[in-house]
Write a protein that binds this ligand. Structure first.
Ligand SMILES: [Zn+2]
Length: 195
């Protein structure tokens, strides 16, 4: 079973995943992972309401999960999955063949409103997708988008919270302007994605 929690920054995706973690009695059956690229709280998965965090193995590729899997593992948590590389098939294998429950949290879109990293594949193989909105910074409505306060066009995998705000559709449109947003969404040539 693969359950994926997505949404913009500040939506509380990680908190929702961690609430599942907290309910599991025998933590010995759990393995947690996060990307090595995310240097915040190295080795720990944290959320605003779970400050002590939980220990996580840092991996670069999904394949790295295999080094930590044995028969005692029943549940896996993966945080910030948008930064991971490798093949989504590792997740399919662990879910279908090994019957491990996998809880994944990650950003579905980057600051340019484009699908982020492996998230499209991860969403495609998920049994359940929980899309969690943030609260719009400008109007308090549900926000689906992450907006960068500086120009993000060159670097959409900046790590960290500073410089980002969640916005709803109409406030994103207001801040960027129709023309800029149209340019960003349809006129700009796709960046070559390196995997
Ligand atoms: Zn708004």
């Amino acid at each position: 079973m693969i359950k994926t929690y997505v949404g913009p920054m500040f939506s509380g995706k990680t908190s929702v995943a961690l609430s599942v973690y907290r309910k599991i009695w025998n933590k010995g059956h759990i393995r947690c992972f996060k990307p090595r690229i995310d240097t915040r709280d190295f080795g720990l998965i944290k959320s605003r309401d779970f400050e002590e965090g939980i220990e996580a193995r840092c991996i670069d590729y999904l394949e790295g999960i295999m080094d930590y899997i044995d028969d005692s593992v029943k549940t896996i948590f993966i945080d910030e999955a948008q930064f991971l590389r490798g093949s989504y098939q590792v997740l399919s294998y662990l879910s279908i063949v090994r019957d491990i429950d996998i809880h994944i949290s990650g950003l579905n879109m980057d600051g340019n409103q484009k699908p982020f990293g492996l998230m499209p594949q991860i969403l495609a193989i998920s049994d359940e997708i929980i899309n969690i909105p943030a609260v719009c910074y400008d109007c308090n409505k549900d926000a689906s988008y992450t907006f960068t306060l500086d120009d993000l066009s060159k670097d959409n995998i900046k790590v960290g919270d500073s410089g980002y705000i969640p916005l709803c559709r109409s406030c994103l449109l207001k801040r960027l302007g129709k023309d800029n947003l149209a340019k960003r969404l349809i006129y700009k040539p796709r960046e070559s994605s390196e995997n």
